[in-house]
Design a protein around this ligand. Structure first.
Ligand code: PEP
Ligand code: MG
Length: 572
């Protein structure tokens, strides 16, 4: 690296979607639109009301255009936006402001949407953060269209978009025009935009503070979302070497996929690497990377966009796609809504992460719960031996007992209807709340398997909101307290002879995965893109060395120490 490159300015952020690219920068510094409360004459009322109708029609057509080439997940977000644009109540309010109060169309739109936005802001709920962005975006587009403003922003192919924040619709539009990377001042790793970036397979940085300000005069950038940085105006030498590295990485990945190395430690101890997925579109990568089935199928996408729960037949079709798209076991997690996972069913709560989430909600919402169980159990009957049911957010033993009873009842009903079932379908639970880990020996007698969710386990044991960018330095999933809870859970599973896997981010992490194997977890589930990297690491060591590493990790006092222990493992 030349001294020039060391001087190149950098913007740091959190990786919302992994990847490395070089490209021209497209920096959009949108100031908040100011719309004046201008009054109109009575003779202009009809015209302004018509301007709103025209703007709405144009906007709906724009959204329809987008829908034509989108995957299912992204389409659902756009559909949710269409619902807001076409909302009758909003139309009545805008028409009233124009007709009764005689305000101009742009102000009527602006004021009406701001009413909703202010109410959401006042609620102070994290849950609505994404909704506010969506409403602001819809407001601004409708105002622009009603004033006949058209955007003609040129996008260079392969551009890296730098914005304060962006709505899903805008991100999809920019991607279609050639954007291949995204950097946002705001947002968490679970924001809609990050989710869409992952689905579009483009690198993305979120919470990149002052990115727009820092990048406003820069022309090109290197977006290294793996490292969490955007390098501004790198030298030609660096660009050349990064391009080389991107090419080499592509080649390496291709050859690694071809090798089909056995999943075993240096001394022949076997392990299994499975995929965490949410959408059927992710199966290709899971297969290419050698995922042995799906270790965590998140099902919340079925409820995505705030829609009511999907019909049973739509759920059946979704599950069929997954079961036919990959070989091996598929662990289906029951709806885990609440917390940061938006859904129409979730109420406004002061502490949503400690609230009506996961199994707590399902046991109250019996229709939704039974319809999901029916769909899963029918599928289990069609693919016997392949499906496992996973219960999220368990904190009480009574909850799993209630789930088991419900499973039995639904199975009985299916049998009465002459529908085949898999009587042995395993029912397991997420260990993601400290009470579940601390009482793992008791839980182990009630379930068939544990799946340790280290994302929430970290959040709940360190009392740190996993999506809050301000305290993300305290969100340490290497923290020894988390490791102790993991060890308790693994030991209880082994003692009670039930299976145990890990499906939180630690499983796909270079520092976390070898420690988990050292603790005795031979089943790890992770983002499909992490599988080759983790396999490469785990095959390098004999099991005894990993056991020693795990014991040292358990004796450490901080997340930093764990990183040092990993350096020792990988260096020596
Ligand atoms: C976890 O909490 O670790 C987990 C895998 O579940 P999610 O990230 O979906 O909450
Ligand atoms: Mg979780």
């Amino acid at each position: 690296m030349s001294s020039n490159d060391l001087e190149a300015a950098k913007v740091q952020g959190l990786p919302g979607s992994e990847g490395l690219i070089v490209g021209p920068l497209l920096v959009i510094d949108e100031k908040e639109r100011i719309v004046h409360p201008e009054k109109i004459s009575a003779s202009d009322i009809d015209r302004h009301q018509q301007l709103f109708i025209n703007a709405r029609t144009l906007y709906l057509a724009e959204l329809d255009d987008l829908l034509s080439n989108l995957d299912k997940q992204t389409s659902e977000i756009i559909e949710a936006q269409k619902h807001i644009v076409a909302d009758q109540e909003i139309e009545i309010m805008i028409n009233k402001m124009i007709g009764d109060d005689q305000y101009c169309v742009d102000y009527a739109i602006y004021k009406t949407f701001n009413g909703f936005i202010e109410r959401l802001k006042e609620s102070g709920s994290d849950l609505f953060r994404q909704r506010i962005i969506d409403l602001e975006n819809i407001r601004d587009r409708l105002v622009a269209l009603s004033c006949d403003e058209q955007e003609h922003l040129e996008v260079e192919k392969g551009a890296i978009l730098v914005v304060r924040e962006i709505s899903p619709t805008d991100l999809v539009t920019y991607h279609e025009r050639g954007v291949k990377g995204l950097v946002m001042d705001k947002g968490g790793v679970t924001s809609h935009a990050a989710l869409i970036a992952r689905s579009l397979n483009i690198p993305c940085l979120v919470s990149a503070k002052h990115a727009v300000h820092s990048a406003r005069d820069a022309k090109t950038g290197i977006l290294d979302a793996n490292k969490g940085e955007l390098i501004l105006d790198p030298s030609a030498d660096v660009v050349k070497s990064i391009k080389k590295a991107i090419k080499a990485e592509k080649k390496r990945l291709q050859s690694e996929r071809k090798k089909k190395e056995r999943s075993e430690t240096l001394d022949g101890f076997p392990f299994h690497l499975r995929a965490n997925i949410e959408f059927p579109q992710e199966l290709d990568l899971a297969n290419q990377n050698g995922g042995e089935g799906v270790g965590l199928l998140r099902t919340e996408a079925l409820l995505y966009g705030g829609m009511a729960n999907k019909s049973e037949s739509e759920q059946d079709a979704f599950l069929k796609k997954i079961l036919t798209g990959i070989q091996g076991p598929v662990t289906i997690r029951l709806f885990d809504v609440g917390g940061d996972k938006l859904n129409v069913h979730t109420p406004d709560e002061d502490n949503p992460f400690l609230g009506w989430r996961g199994i707590r909600m399902l046991l109250d919402e019996k229709d939704m719960f039974c319809s999901q169980l029916r769909s899963i159990l029918k599928c289990a009957g069609k693919y016997p031996g392949r499906i496992k049911i996973l219960v999220p957010m368990v904190s009480l033993v009574e909850e799993v007992i209630e789930v088991r009873n419900a499973v039995e009842q639904v199975q009985q009903k299916l049998l009465e209807e002459g529908i085949p079932i898999d009587e042995q379908v395993p029912v397991g639970m997420m260990i993601e709340v400290p009470s579940a880990a601390l009482l793992a020996d008791k839980f182990a007698r009630e379930v068939d398997f544990f799946s340790i969710g280290t994302n929430d386990l970290t959040q709940y044991s360190l009392a740190v909101d996993r999506g809050n960018e301000r305290i993300c330095n305290i969100y340490q999933h290497y923290h020894p307290a988390v490791w102790k809870l993991i060890k308790m859970s693994v030991d209880a599973a082994i003692e009670n002879e039930i299976e145990v896997s890990v499906c939180g981010e630690l499983a796909g992490d270079p520092i976390g995965a070898p420690c988990l194997l050292g603790l005795g977890v031979t089943d790890l589930s992770m983002a499909p893109s992490s599988i080759p990297k983790v396999k490469k690491i785990l095959t390098q060591y004999p099991l005894d060395r990993l056991k020693k590493y795990a014991m040292d990790v358990l004796e450490s006092t901080s997340g930093k120490e764990v990183q040092i222990l990993y350096d020792e493992l990988s260096g020596g």
